[in-house]
Write a new protein. Structure first.
Length: 334
């Protein structure tokens, strides 16, 4: 039942082309999930979804910029009545979209041992990965009244069967690939060799890969793909090269990335003429005290400042916000 791995390099003719009038766009994706202690081992139960109510403020903030967030929701969120209530009106008005995010350790059926290896859904047997995904996919449709068309594996954990499962469910876009990151030391996939331009996973062009945007910055950035894997193993050398503006890897997320770094990354993404710049963060960061990145009310204010600066820079560069719907309507299939 194996298919192409989403971590495979695309074929030369597989890059996605868009209609001429689309220009450059940016997509905001939100890993919308339960709260848990990031420093502790994973567990199947006992989680909360207290931060769901904070989505309303963020949704209103995004509306001021014409941004349509894509909430990639996992099982605890999919079964939260409050989440369905909070997102009902934005979904109905086209001001938000929902997608699928599979955290296998909290998603039934619970047949596997909860451990790091199995936290990457792509490491599970085909039948179990499929059963978990289909159960989540059906739950989202039932409770939110929409059919999700985009997927992100929790922990970016795709495997040899993921693509075929997504195709069976009618998913149009996968956005699990975190280009320029390698999760293989922890048992996950290696995306370090992959680029940032969207590509078709299959020859029939039914499944698009829309990778998260992480750019190389600094004087050596043009050799970043080759140099960074070695530099990242050198401990303090990685930090020194970043401080000296020689080589740095900057993901477009407010979690662990300063405003100055993010604006550098935006400028480089625009310069590279990426058709779609993909931004991301985790929904528990919308409330103080639930992630390492937002511990206080001041941290939360600074995160909103981050989004304000990044949205403003992108829009000033004529990179407009987009949606899954618009992306699919803008592809050239011929």
């Amino acid at each position: 039942m194996a298919s192409l791995r989403l971590s495979d390099a695309p074929a030369e003719n597989a890059l996605v082309r868009f209609k001429a009038g689309m220009g450059q766009r940016f997509l905001l994706t939100v890993d919308t999930e339960e709260e848990f202690d990031w420093t502790q081992p994973l567990r199947a139960s006992g989680h909360t979804v207290d931060t769901v109510g904070w989505i309303t403020k963020f949704q209103e903030f995004c509306g001021g910029f014409g941004v349509v967030p894509v909430y990639l929701i996992d099982y605890p969120i999919a079964t939260s009545p409050l989440a369905a209530e909070v997102l009902r009106e934005p979904l109905a008005q086209g001001n938000a979209e929902v997608g699928v995010q599979l955290h296998p350790w909290v998603n039934p059926p619970h047949e596997e041992e909860v451990n790091q290896h199995n936290s990457f859904a792509g490491n599970l047997p085909y039948e179990l990965e499929r059963a978990k995904f289909m159960h989540l996919h059906e739950t989202i449709q039932r409770n939110f009244g929409v059919k999700p068309l985009i997927y992100r594996a929790g922990r970016y954990g795709t495997g040899p069967n993921t693509a075929s499962i997504l195709q069976e469910a009618g998913i149009a876009i996968d956005t699990s690939v975190r280009s320029r990151f390698d999760y293989s030391p922890g048992g996950g996939p290696d995306y370090s060799h992959l680029g940032l331009h969207p590509w078709w996973v299959d020859e029939a062009r039914t499944l698009m890969e829309l990778p998260l945007t992480s750019v190389f910055a600094g004087g050596l950035r043009h050799w970043g793909q080759r140099l960074f894997p070695a530099v990242s193993q050198m401990g303090r050398m990685q930090g020194a090269m970043a401080r000296l503006r020689l080589l740095d890897r900057i993901p477009l997320t407010p979690e662990g990335v300063t405003i100055a770094e993010a604006l550098r990354a935006v400028d480089l993404a625009v310069e590279a003429q990426l058709p779609v710049v993909v931004l991301s963060f985790h929904s528990p960061s919308l409330s103080p005290g639930y992630t390492p990145y937002v511990r206080t009310a001041g941290d939360l204010d600074r995160m909103y400042d981050w989004w304000r600066a990044v949205f403003t820079r992108l829009i000033a560069a004529r990179v407009k916000p987009t949606s899954v719907k618009e992306i699919m309507e803008s592809v050239v299939l011929a």
